[in-house]
Design a protein around this ligand. Sequence first.
Ligand code: SF4
Length: 243
Amino acid sequence: MNDTHNKMEAHHLPAEEKVLLTHNLLNEVYKRLTLESRRTPMHEFISTMLSHRTNHADEEKAYRTMLERFGDWEGIMVAPIEELTDAIMTTRYPEQKAVQIQQVLQIIKAERGEINIDFLKEMPVDEAMEWLTKLPGVGLKTATLLLLFNFKKPVLPVDTHVFRVSQRVGIIGARVNANKAHQILLAMLPKDPVELFNFHKHLFWHGQRICTWYTPKCEKCVLNSFCNYYQDVREKDIDKKAA
Ligand code: SF4
């Protein structure tokens, strides 16, 4: 059987096989990571809210400035909204984020008597997801990042890179939205937080470095033998250029 035929066969593999192949191959390419929280849960939570459409350096600057100016979560919760907005000005949509951060802090304080979310550790994963996603400005991505990174719950954050790579490879369909992608991918992967963490981080890096939005470096990609995008689009392009 020649190489082209092998590629054609692999191209039609079921999604369940593609996802495990992707996981195994990217485990070899990128280093395996241990799952250790780098930040306290509140730090991770509010930083994730600040990070929406914002690069890491600007998110960190906003976080630092906010705490320097207002001292602690209580101070941030009651700060004049224009001053809080100004403190997080390095992020995108600072006006909206300032309002949402204060609302979130107020809800936590009212419900729990203190601004602390450590209680999520003991909460079943579905309940924790429901509690978090009811909060203003907290979507599936923020909730899953927090629950996986800080509380080692078996959930999968699907950001733009995880979504794009999964869709191009053919693990999820072309019409699947990001929310649905979370459920579909999770159903096919081992329910082990360390595996889910590695899958998330590896696809994130792969999307940043190889499977980039405008010009994916397919020729260098270890997934190209079974990737729908590569087989359907890139090879046709190459054929056209050769004709
Ligand atoms: S082959 Fe190309 S499109 Fe497919 S995953 Fe790799 S870089 Fe992305």
